[in-house]
Design a protein around this ligand. Structure first.
Ligand code: ADP
Ligand code: MG
Length: 462
C-alpha cells in the first residue's frame, strides 16, 4: 500500500489487559493506592505514555511496578514496549506552590516564607519524626503522597488502627507538611468530638451558616477519631453534606478511626460508604525493630541519652503501642533527671516493673477466651471453634465473640477465623445480639464481667 502517513500506534488494548491482569495479582489496597491514578495518554512506537499525579507517584510506581508492567505489556503484545510517564496537569487543582518570582514580588528578602503554624496541630507531629516500619509504611506513604498532592490521588483517605499507633501523628503530619508546602492553603484539623460540639453550639446560637462556611471552604479537611460519631445522627448528617460539598470540589479529606469503618455501629450507611470510597489504610502495632527505632528517635528529639540496652529492654517488653512506649521512656527520664543518675537495665527493670506486668501487656489470646467461656457453659473449647449451630453452642459462642471484641485488639475478621472460619459479619452480628440482650436481661452483665475477669486472670498467668 502506498502511503507516506506514519503508522498509527495504539497499544491501549494491551495496556487495559495488562492492568486487568495486574489487578488480579495485587491486593485491593495496593491497586487503589498505585494504579487508580495512572491514566493512559497515548502510544508511540514501542512506548506507552501514561500520566500520574506527581513526581513522587511516578518514582514510587516505577520502583515498585515498572518491571511488572513492562513484562506484561511485552508478553501481551509480543513487542518490547516501555512506559513513559508524564505528570498530570490538573486544571481544577488550584493549589500552587509559590514561585521564586512570586516570593520576590511579595517583597520578602528571605527565600523561604514565614510559615504560620496551624491551630490545633502539634508542630512535632511531622513526617520527619514519624518512624516507618512494616506496620505503618502503607499508611505513612499514602499520607505523604496526600500532603504533596492534596485532592488528587487518594480522596478521601481513612487511616484506622488501635489506640496509640500514630493516627493523630500522621493526620497532623499531613496538615503540617501541606501547610509548609503550599502558600495560602486552607487547612482545618478538628477532632470528631470538637466537630460535634461546634455543630451543636452552632445550632443553638443560630450560627449554622458560619459553621458551614468554615468547613465547606477548605482545601484540606482533617477529622480525627470519627468513631466518636457513632450514634450522633444529626452530626453525621451534617458531615455527610460537608463531605459531598468538598468531594465535588476536589478538596482533600482525611479521617482517622479506631477500627475499620465497617465495624462502626450506628453510622448512616451513606456516610459509611463515603468513608469507604477512597483509600482505607491501617496502622498495626510496631514490631521490635520499629519499637526500638521509635524510642531512639524520641530520646534523640528530647536530647537525652539513654543506653541502648535500656531501650532494648523497653522495646522487648512493651508491645502494645507507641503511646505506652513513650510513657515508659518519660518515666525513666524523670527518674534520671530527679536523681541525676544514669539509667541502667536494673533500674529500668525496677522502675517499669508494673508496666511490664500490666494485664494490657499480657497477650490475651482468643483461645483463652474460648476456654473460659466454654468452661462456664460446660462445653469444650473445640465446640466454640466448630461449625455446629445448636442453640446450646451458638449462644456461648456469641458471648465469646462479644468478649473478644470488647477486650482484645483483634479485628472481626481475625476473630471470625478463630471461631471456625466464620465471616466478620457473623462476629458483628453476634456482638449486636449480645448487646441487645444486655439491655433486656439484667443478669447478663454480671455474668460477662465475671467471665472477663477470669479471662484476664488466666491471661496474666501464662
Ligand atoms: P493515636 O492517635 O493512634 O492514638 P498518636 O498519634 O497520638 O496515636 O500516637 C501516640 C504517640 O506515639 C504520639 O506521641 C506519636 O508521636 C507517637 N508515635 C506513634 N507512631 C509513631 C511512629 N511511627 N514514629 C514515631 N512516633 C510515633
Ligand atoms: Mg489520636
Amino acid at each position: 500500500m502506498l502511503s507516506n502517513e506514519k503508522p498509527e500506534w495504539d497499544y491501549s488494548v494491551f495496556w487495559k489487559e495488562a492492568l486487568q491482569q495486574i489487578r488480579e495479582e495485587l491486593s485491593e489496597q495496593e491497586w487503589i493506592m498505585w494504579f487508580n491514578n495512572i491514566d493512559y495518554e497515548e502510544s508511540r512506537q514501542n512506548v506507552i505514555v501514561v500520566s500520574v499525579p506527581s513526581a513522587f507517584y511516578k518514582d514510587q510506581v516505577k520502583q515498585r511496578y515498572l518491571k511488572l508492567i513492562e513484562t506484561k505489556l511485552s508478553e501481551l503484545s509480543g513487542a518490547n514496549i516501555t512506559l513513559d510517564f508524564v505528570i498530570k496537569k490538573n486544571p481544577q487543582h488550584k493549589l500552587s506552590q509559590p514561585t521564586e518570582k512570586q516570593r520576590l514580588q511579595a517583597g520578602s528578602e528571605t527565600p523561604t516564607r514565614q510559615i504560620k503554624s496551624l491551630p490545633g496541630l502539634k508542630e512535632e507531629y511531622t513526617f520527619k519524626n514519624f518512624i516507618i516500619g512494616e506496620n505503618n509504611s502503607f499508611a505513612a506513604n499514602a499520607a505523604m503522597a496526600i500532603a504533596k498532592n492534596p485532592g488528587t490521588a487518594y480522596n478521601p483517605c481513612l487511616i484506622y488502627g488501635g489506640v496509640g499507633l500514630g493516627k493523630t501523628h500522621l493526620i497532623q503530619a499531613i496538615g503540617n507538611a501541606a501547610n509548609e508546602a503550599f502558600e495560602n492553603i486552607k487547612i482545618v484539623y478538628v477532632t470528631a468530638e470538637n466537630f460535634t460540639n461546634e455543630f451543636i453550639s452552632a445550632i443553638g446560637d443560630k450560627k449554622i451558616h458560619q459553621f458551614k462556611n468554615k468547613y465547606r471552604n477548605v482545601d484540606i479537611l482533617l477529622i480525627d477519631d470519627i468513631h466518636f460519631l457513632e450514634n450522633k445522627g444529626q452530626t453525621q448528617e451534617e458531615l455527610f453534606h460537608t463531605f459531598n460539598a468538598l468531594y465535588d470540589a476536589n478538596k482533600q479529606m482525611v479521617f482517622t478511626c479506631d477500627r475499620p469503618v465497617s465495624e462502626l455501629k450506628n453510622l448512616m450507611d451513606r456516610l459509611r460508604s463515603r468513608f469507604e470510597r477512597g483509600l482505607n489504610v491501617d496502622l498495626k502495632p510496631p514490631n521490635f525493630e520499629t519499637r526500638f527505632a521509635i524510642l531512639k528517635k524520641k530520646a534523640e528529639n528530647r536530647n537525652i541519652r539513654i543506653r541502648d540496652d535500656v531501650l532494648e529492654l523497653i522495646s522487648r517488653n512493651i508491645t502494645t503501642n507507641v503511646r505506652d512506649l513513650e510513657a515508659a521512656l518519660t518515666k525513666l527520664m524523670a527518674y534520671s533527671d530527679l536523681l541525676g543518675k544514669e539509667v541502667t537495665v536494673e533500674i529500668a527493670m525496677q522502675q517499669l516493673k508494673d508496666t511490664f506486668s500490666s494485664p494490657k501487656q499480657s497477650n490475651i489470646n482468643l483461645e483463652i477466651i474460648q476456654r473460659v467461656v466454654a468452661d462456664y457453659f460446660n462445653l469444650s473449647h473445640n465446640d466454640l471453634r466448630g461449625k455446629k449451630r445448636t442453640k446450646a453452642i451458638a449462644y456461648p459462642r456469641q458471648i465469646a465473640m462479644y468478649i473478644a471484641r470488647e477486650i482484645t485488639e483483634y479485628s472481626t475478621t481475625e476473630i471470625g477465623l478463630e471461631f471456625g472460619g466464620r465471616d466478620h459479619t457473623t462476629v458483628m452480628h453476634a456482638s449486636q445480639r449480645i448487646e441487645a440482650k444486655l439491655k433486656a436481661d439484667p443478669t447478663l452483665e454480671p455474668l460477662l464481667k465475671s467471665l472477663i475477669s477470669k479471662i484476664k486472670e488466666s491471661g496474666t498467668k501464662t
